[in-house]
Design a protein around this ligand. Structure first.
Ligand SMILES: CC(C)(COP(=O)(O)OP(=O)(O)OC[C@H]1O[C@@H](n2cnc3c(N)ncnc32)[C@H](O)[C@@H]1OP(=O)(O)O)[C@@H](O)C(=O)NCCC(=O)NCCS
Length: 233
């Protein structure tokens, strides 16, 4: 028998939970509706409301953060840190198994997918653009103990553990770096400060700072101008 006081508390919190889920689903829906002139302000308001919802649930959230509609966070949100004035745009998916640290004034644009099997660090003023995928762990076909000589390893995460090997590696995207549309960034890669990764590239190795890198695999093809303000003291 559940005491009536506890029953009342459960009822109350179910109602609060239900009201919140209706409010947030409405806000998600409304986020897609175009309002003629004040849409931007309305959207910002809803983004701030969503940030308010997530703030106590994340490890750390700075001021002025916006979280747009359709953002999905799987895993442990406490592993996420977002710096001041960063913007997590529509339909971003964060699969959080290790820390994801996003600096300040970062824009993670729509439909980006970040998986932190290992740590993912995104520096201040960086931008990750639409459709990019950043993975800090991945199933692979070979294992350090040479198991692949005895059995065919499966790259399905639903296979039994003895048939799988997963490699892990932190992904570090330094300050001011840019990751173009639909790029793929693989585990263990560092993209240097101010580097620009062209649209559709696959980053398999470190990219030096201030370079423009394109292609599959992404390779530096030119350097960007390094302004005087970047000179080290
Ligand atoms: C890389 C990029 C920034 C161009 O930089 P740029 O300094 O103007 O470079 P260029 O156009 O001179 O290109 C240099 C070479 O790289 C090639 N290249 C440029 N972008 C490329 C890409 N995404 N993939 C493969 N090759 C590319 C060019 O064809 C050129 O090759 P070539 O010398 O053999 O002709 C641009 O092409 C790009 O991909 N921008 C990202 C756009 C984006 O994702 N925007 C998101 C919304 S903001």
């Amino acid at each position: 028998m559940i005491p009536s006081k506890i029953k009342a508390i459960i009822k109350k919190y179910h109602l609060v939970g239900f009201a919140l889920s209706v409010a947030f689903n409405l806000s998600r829906l409304v986020g897609f509706i175009r309002f003629p002139s004040y849409n931007l302000y309305f959207r910002r308001l809803m983004n701030a409301a969503r940030a308010g919802y997530w703030s106590p649930r994340l490890g750390k959230m700075g001021k002025g953060v916006q979280i747009d509609s359709g953002v999905i966070i799987r895993g442990n949100p406490k592993n996420i840190e977002i710096g001041d004035y960063s913007y997590i745009d529509t339909n971003v998916q964060l699969e959080v198994y290790a820390p994801i640290k996003i600096g300040k004034h970062v824009h993670i644009t729509s439909n980006v997918h970040i998986q932190s099997g290992d740590e993912v660090i995104i520096g201040d003023y960086a931008c990750i653009t639409n459709g990019a995928k950043i993975y800090a762990s991945s199933n692979t076909y070979k294992a350090p103990d040479g198991r692949e000589k005895d059995v065919l390893l499966s790259m399905s995460s639903s296979a039994p553990p003895e048939l799988q090997y997963i490699e892990y590696g932190p992904v570090i995207i330094e300050e001011y770096a840019f990751v173009g549309l639909n790029c793929v960034v693989l585990p263990g890669v560092r993209i240097g400060r101010g580097a620009v990764i062209g649209a559709g590239s696959v980053v398999t190795r470190d990219i030096p700072p201030y370079t423009i890198a394109v292609g599959i695999p992404a390779r530096p093809v030119k350097n960007r101008v390094i302004p005087k303000s970047e000179a080290k003291e």
